[in-house]
Design a protein around this ligand. Structure first.
Ligand code: FPP
Ligand code: MG
Length: 325
């Protein structure tokens, strides 16, 4: 697991229990790719979304018994399965050969089987939701998953258009990433019967942390290296995606960049684009936009009622801004 939770032993222990449930849920000798799919789930993901479900539940009334903790852990596992399923499908869409340092499912087993393995992960998630979540949470989950699909389609339709609209970029990342962070805190808090105003505030906080998270992700695609990131850098440009660094760089040096933006996108063009984007200072500017989202999240967190989960959320928002992978 990531070291983001190293200062929160309570959370670390609970995430271990979620991992135990994931292992149990994915043990299915009847499903041909169960072991390969399980390896992906246990390939060192950050477990952020399940952690957010648990953190959200920490804002509920005190005195809950182990049975309600168990319910939260199952829902946290369900959210991680939705996330992993979306990554399996995302890697097919992005034609990514490597994820978390290992080859992707479609590289090893072909696109058809990877699509079906992703669907199988969804089906495991639905089962957990049906068995453990309130109807209200199931409804929220269904709505958000629909939104993620819509955002992904919007992103795909814009590929190789290299549009410079910051607003449309922010809308896309809100749908594809921030929504699941927001949902995780919301569902955790709602299942724990937190105050509706607190639930609302957590939803906004999750949104802001998720926005900062995706902006950092998009920056790392320009400035990290394959080994640290455990996936190839420059993949967004290769896929024709115009993320925040490129949007900001285009505003500064469109005449150098524009002629390079088009198909086919070869390695020479990609390294030239990376070089120009870095030279414009667009990465620092993108980072300051991420910082603004984190600062907004911090203001929201400060106003939340005092409890251990509050500090965990504060730590997570800072660690996710500073992360290098
Ligand atoms: C990673 O983003 C991918 C996502 C945040 C969401 C992908 C969603 C889908 C494919 C739609 C189907 C999923 C659901 C939940 C119904 P990225 O490509 O920017 O990051 P990466 O560099 O890690 O691949
Ligand atoms: Mg991707």
């Amino acid at each position: 697991m990531t070291d983001i939770w190293k200062n929160s032993p309570r959370l670390g222990k609970r995430l271990d229990r979620v991992e135990g449930l994931l292992a149990e849920t994915l043990s299915d000798p009847g499903f041909p790719l169960a072991e390969a799919t399980k390896r992906l789930v246990f390939s060192g993901g950050k477990m952020l979304r399940p952690a957010f479900v648990i953190i959200g539940s920490g804002f509920g009334p005190k005195g809950k018994g182990p049975s309600s903790e168990d319910k939260i852990h199952h829902i946290a596992a369900a959210v991680e399965l939705i996330h992993t399923a979306s990554l399996v499908h995302d890697d097919i869409i992005d034609d990514a050969a490597i994820r978390r340092g290992t080859s992707t499912l479609h590289t090893d087993f072909g696109t058809t089987n990877a699509i079906l393995a992703g669907d199988w992960l969804f089906s495991r998630s639905f089962r957990l939701v049906a068995d453990y979540a309130d109807l209200k949470s199931a409804r929220v989950l269904a709505r958000f998953v629909g939104g993620i699909c819509a955002a992904e389609i919007g992103q795909d339709l814009g590929k190789f258009g290299f549009s410079t609209s910051k607003r449309s970029y922010l809308r896309t990342i809100a749908g594809k990433t921030a929504a699941l962070f927001s949902l995780s805190l919301h569902v955790g808090a709602s299942e724990a019967k937190a105050d509706p105003l607190v639930i609302q505030a957590l939803r906004r906080t999750g949104y802001d942390i998720g926005m900062a998270f995706q902006i950092i992700d998009d920056i790392l695609d320009y400035e990290s290296d394959d080994k640290t990131l455990r996936k190839p850098v420059g993949n967004d440009i290769k896929e024709g995606l115009c993320t925040l660094p490129l949007i900001l760089a285009l505003k500064k040096d469109e005449s150098s960049l524009r002629p390079l933006l088009g198909k086919p996108m070869d390695d020479r063009k990609i390294s030239e684009i990376l070089r120009i984007v870095l030279a414009t200072g667009a990465l620092d500017e993108a980072r300051s936009i991420a910082q603004r989202f984190t600062a907004r999240a911090r203001v929201e967190i400060e106003r939340l009622p005092s409890c251990p989960a509050k500090q965990e959320l504060m730590n997570a928002s800072e660690a996710l801004l500073q992360r290098r992978y």
